[in-house]
Structure formats: structure tokens, C-alpha cells
Design a protein around this ligand. Structure first.
Ligand SMILES: Nc1nc2c(c(=O)[nH]1)N[C@H]1C(S)=C(S)[C@@H](COP(=O)(O)O)O[C@H]1N2
Ligand SMILES: [Mo]
Length: 256
């Protein structure tokens, strides 16, 4: 059975569990539906949304002694596209993170630029929907300040992460991607991580940059992030469900 088929079997169970999780009140007020209703109020800027919906709630953080001796890698271990291979060959010297879409000032950032941005380190547990967990230390640029630097347009409601790998093969739906609402995008533990366990992020774990969104399941943590796009809706992207696995039946809000 291929990896994709195995994931297909899990999708149903995941969706059922997702429904249960959404039943909790704190989950409900962050659900896409609640967001959509609240988001319609014209007077609400994204900052007000964040204050209302961001919740201060932090994911549990661990001590250095808790770090897993071996952190499993999953999904794509190395993007096989010519573009990524070329970037890797020059150790990402020519790599740039593009921040665009509904922003006032589009950005193009080198790894050195990202290292100069407000950073955070955290030791957290990564939970994959396949049923395994690992604890790792992450360091990276906080997504919130970066988005503030680009300046979100009032119409921006979601942040989309476009990745380098084609887990789904050729064609417009093959690229890995993910998306977050603004509450999770501005959460203090949401990072664009360039370091794992004190070393530069390795290729299997998403070099040179991957998302950490600690209150959600593993598949939301996009690896090999190339471009961050602010959008009003993700309906026009790939399968329209807001992420690679979401297009294949997984929940968009994968809260844990
Ligand atoms: N670009 C990309 N991001 C991805 C994946 C992937 O295949 N491609 N797999 C996801 C899944 S299901 C998990 S559990 C984590 C695994 O991260 P790790 O390889 O660092 O353990 O990455 C997530 N992000
Ligand atoms: Mo996963």
C-alpha cells in the first residue's frame, strides 16, 4: 500500500475525530464557520479579529531533557524538483522567501534576512495524524511580526504557505500547501523555523524553512516553504480546501 493510500484510510477517522474536537467551545469559536461569520463585520480589522479570536493559549512547552533522541521525518523527505535541487546545491544562497498577495509591501527575504527578524525558540510535541509524536526544539522567525512588516490588507483573512515539493505528483494539485487563519498566524508560537534541535533545519525536516503551528496537527506544519500569500479565500487554490491533505479529506482546522 502506498503512503498516499494509507493516508486515505486515515482520513475518515481523522475527520470523525476532528468533529469531536470542534465540539469543544474554545475550538468552536475558532472554527472556520465562526471565523467567517465574525469576519463579515466590516468594522473588524485583522487586529481586532486577533484580539477576539487569537486566545492567548500556548501549546505546552517541554524541557531540553524531553527532546526525542530521533525525530521522525514524514511525507516528503527531499523535494525532487529541479528548482529545489538547484537551491540545495548552492546551500540556499539564492533561496528567497516571497511574502505577497493581499499585503501593502511584498517582501523577498533571504535566510540572513529571516535570521534578523524577531525570533523565538520553543520545545514542543509534534503530533502526526498517523499516530506518532516527537518532541523537538525549534527556532525561527515569528510569523506575526513578519506579516505586520508586509502589512496585511483589510481584506486578508488567511495566510497560505506554498511549498517546494510535489507530494501529489505533477499538475496543479500536486504541490504541497497549507493555510492558517489570522488567529493562528499571529499566535506567538507560530514560527517560520530555520533551526531544529540547535542545528540548521535539515532537508528531511523541511530545509531551509518550515512552519511551526503548535496548536495543530503535523500536516499543518508546512515544510520547504517558498512563498507566503495573504488571501481573502483559498477556494481558488488547488482543490480549494486550504491544504494538500485537506483537499484529500482532512480537516482544515486540525486543532489538538
Ligand atoms: N511540504 C511538506 N510539508 C509537510 C509534509 C510534506 O509531505 N510536505 N508532511 C506533513 C506531515 S503529515 C507531517 S507529520 C510533518 C512531518 O514533519 P517532519 O518530517 O519534520 O517530521 O510535516 C508536514 N508538512
Ligand atoms: Mo503527519
Amino acid at each position: 500500500m502506498s503512503g498516499l493510500d494509507r493516508r486515505g484510510l486515515i482520513a475518515g477517522a481523522g475527520a470523525a475525530l476532528g468533529g469531536l474536537w470542534l465540539a469543544g467551545c474554545d475550538r468552536l469559536n475558532r472554527s472556520p464557520t465562526a471565523q467567517a461569520l465574525i469576519g463579515r463585520g466590516e468594522a473588524l480589522t485583522y487586529k481586532a479579529q486577533r484580539a477576539l479570536l487569537g486566545g492567548g493559549q500556548l501549546a505546552k512547552e517541554f524541557a531540553p531533557k524531553d527532546v526525542s533522541p530521533a525525530f521522525k521525518a514524514n511525507g516528503t523527505m527531499r523535494p525532487r524538483t529541479p528548482e529545489y535541487e538547484a537551491l540545495l546545491a548552492s546551500q540556499f544562497a539564492d533561496w528567497r522567501l516571497v511574502v505577497d498577495g493581499l499585503v501593502k509591501t511584498p517582501l523577498s527575504l533571504s535566510l540572513a534576512d529571516l535570521h534578523a527578524e524577531p525570533a523565538r525558540s520553543q520545545i514542543t510535541r509534534h503530533d502526526c495524524v498517523e499516530g506518532w509524536s516527537c518532541i523537538g526544539q525549534w527556532r525561527g522567525a515569528r510569523l506575526g511580526p513578519l506579516l505586520e512588516k508586509a502589512g496585511l490588507a483589510d481584506s486578508a483573512r488567511y495566510i497560505v504557505f506554498h511549498c517546494a515539493d510535489r507530494l501529489g505528483g505533477e499538475g496543479p494539485r500536486g504541490l504541497y500547501y497549507e493555510s492558517l487563519d489570522l488567529a493562528d498566524a499571529f499566535h506567538p508560537q507560530t514560527l517560520l523555523a530555520y533551526e531544529m534541535n540547535g542545528a540548521p533545519l535539515s532537508v528531511p525536516h523541511g530545509a531551509p524553512l518550515r512552519l511551526r503551528v503548535e496548536r495543530q496537527l503535523g500536516y499543518k506544519h508546512a515544510k520547504y516553504v517558498m512563498r507566503i500569500e495573504a488571501v481573502e479565500s483559498f477556494a481558488h487554490i488547488a482543490g480549494g480546501k486550504g491544504g494538500f491533505w485537506e483537499d484529500r479529506g482532512y480537516e482544515w482546522y486540525a486543532g489538538i
